[in-house]
Design a protein around this ligand. Structure first.
Ligand SMILES: [Zn+2]
Ligand SMILES: [Zn+2]
Length: 360
C-alpha cells in the first residue's frame, strides 16, 4: 500500500467569493468508511452560484443559510479506493483500487423521505461539498461516510468523464419526471452539461422528436451529436413559432428546463401544447414571474420539479461506459486543483466551456 502523505492540497470555501487553496491534513478514515484518492471533480453551475453567494445557499429573508463555511467544495466526484474495511466492502461491494463515483447526497436513512424511498429529498439534506461534516472533492483525498451511496465505474475512462455521472444522473431523473412517451415531442432548453445530459437521456427513451434550444451554435452542434434531432438557435429563430410549426400548431408535449435563466420559463410555458409537461431542473439566481393562468386555465399543464438523480446512477454510468455521449466534446477543460478560480471563471463564461473539471 502506498504511504500516505500527512498533508494535502484542498480548496476551502470561507464564504461567498472567498475560496482559497490551502494545505490541510489528509483526512482519516473512520470505521466502515472509504478513503479515496480524488481523480476528478466537476465544477457544477451550483458551485458557481454558491461561490457568487446565491440565496439558496447562503439564505435570505425567506430561508436560512443551507451551506456552511470552512468546507472543501465539490460534489461531482470520482476517485480510487485507497482504504476499505470489511464493513465498507460488504456495504458497497468495492475493493482497494476500484474507481468509484459518489451520489452527492448523504441520506440520513431515518427521516420521512428516506423512509419512503425518496432519499434525494432527505430532510437534513447533507451533501458533499457544502457541509463541514462532508468535505467534498476539491482536495487530493477525501473520506466517504457510511451513509453515502457509492457506485463502481470503469477505471479506464478518463477521470473527468467518470465524474460526469453526477450531472448525467440528475438529468436522467428530470427525463424520468417527464414520463416520456414514444411519440412525444421533447424540447430541451439549454445545451450545457445538464441540457446535453437531458438530451442523452431522452435519446435513450427514443421519443418522437428531440429539439435542443440554446444561443451558442457550438453547443447546439454538440446537442446534435448527443442525440437531438433538431437544434434551434434562440438568438436567431423564434423557438415558440418553430416548435408550433413542427407540431401542426399544437406545441411540444414535454419541456425540460436546464438553463436556470428566467426567460426559459415563459418560453417553455408558451411552446408547450395543452396538457403538456414542464420539468424544471435548474437553480435560479433570481425570482421568475409568469402568468400562472397559462398553467391552469389556458393549458392545464403538469409542472414538475426535479432534484438530484435518485435511482438514476446505474443508468448514467451505463450510458457513459457504453460511450453514448460525445464525452470528449462535453468535457472541455481539465485543470489542476490550483487553478480552481480559473475553473469557476470558465463555468461563468458558458460560451467558452461545457464541463470544467479539476484533477486534484
Ligand atoms: Zn452538480
Ligand atoms: Zn433522510
Amino acid at each position: 500500500m502506498p504511504v500516505l502523505p500527512s498533508t494535502m492540497q484542498a480548496v476551502i470555501c470561507h464564504g461567498p467569493q472567498n475560496y482559497t487553496l490551502e494545505t490541510i491534513p489528509v483526512p482519516k478514515r473512520g470505521p466502515g468508511e472509504l478513503l479515496l484518492k480524488v481523480e476528478a471533480v466537476g465544477i457544477c453551475a451550483s458551485d458557481l452560484k454558491c461561490w457568487h453567494g446565491a440565496a439558496k445557499f447562503w439564505g435570505d429573508a425567506n430561508r436560512p443559510a443551507w451551506a456552511e463555511t470552512e468546507v472543501v467544495p465539490g460534489h461531482e466526484i470520482t476517485g480510487r479506493v485507497l482504504e476499505v474495511d470489511d464493513d465498507a466492502r460488504q456495504r458497497w461491494q468495492v475493493e482497494a483500487g476500484d474507481r468509484v463515483v459518489l451520489e452527492q447526497i448523504i441520506p440520513c436513512w431515518d427521516c420521512y423521505y428516506c423512509d419512503h424511498g425518496n432519499y434525494h429529498m432527505c430532510a437534513p439534506h447533507r451533501m458533499f461539498g457544502f457541509h463541514r461534516s462532508a468535505p467534498g472533492g476539491m482536495a487530493e483525498y477525501m473520506t466517504v461516510p457510511t451513509q453515502a451511496l457509492v457506485h463502481k465505474i470503469n477505471g479506464d475512462l478518463p477521470p473527468a468523464h467518470a465524474a460526469f455521472a453526477e450531472p448525467l444522473s440528475c438529468a436522467l431523473h428530470a427525463v424520468e419526471r417527464a414520463t416520456l412517451q414514444f411519440d412525444d415531442v421533447v424540447v430541451v432548453a439549454g445545451a450545457g452539461p445538464i441540457g446535453l445530459s437531458m438530451i442523452a437521456g431522452a435519446r435513450a427513451k427514443n421519443p418522437g422528436l428531440i429539439i435542443a434550444l440554446d444561443l451558442d451554435p457550438r453547443k447546439l452542434d454538440i446537442a446534435l451529436a448527443t442525440g437531438a434531432d433538431l437544434a434551434i438557435n434562440i438568438a436567431e429563430e423564434d423557438a415558440v413559432a418553430k416548435v408550433k410549426a413542427l407540431t401542426a400548431g399544437l406545441g411540444a408535449d414535454v419541456y425540460l428546463e436546464g438553463t436556470g435563466h428566467p426567460s426559459a420559463v415563459p418560453q417553455g410555458l408558451n411552446l408547450l401544447r395543452k396538457l403538456g409537461r414542464f420539468v424544471e431542473y435548474s437553480v435560479f439566481k433570481e425570482d421568475v414571474s409568469v402568468d400562472w393562468s397559462i398553467i391552469s386555465d389556458d393549458k392545464e399543464l403538469d409542472v414538475r420539479g426535479a432534484h438530484l438523480g435518485p435511482h438514476c446512477w446505474p443508468a448514467a454510468i451505463k450510458l457513459i461506459e457504453q460511450g453514448r455521449l460525445p464525452m470528449e466534446r462535453i468535457c472541455t477543460h481539465q485543470l489542476p486543483l490550483a487553478d480552481f478560480q480559473q475553473g469557476l471563471n470558465l463555468v461563468a463564461q458558458g460560451d467558452k466551456s461545457v464541463k470544467v473539471s479539476l484533477l486534484p
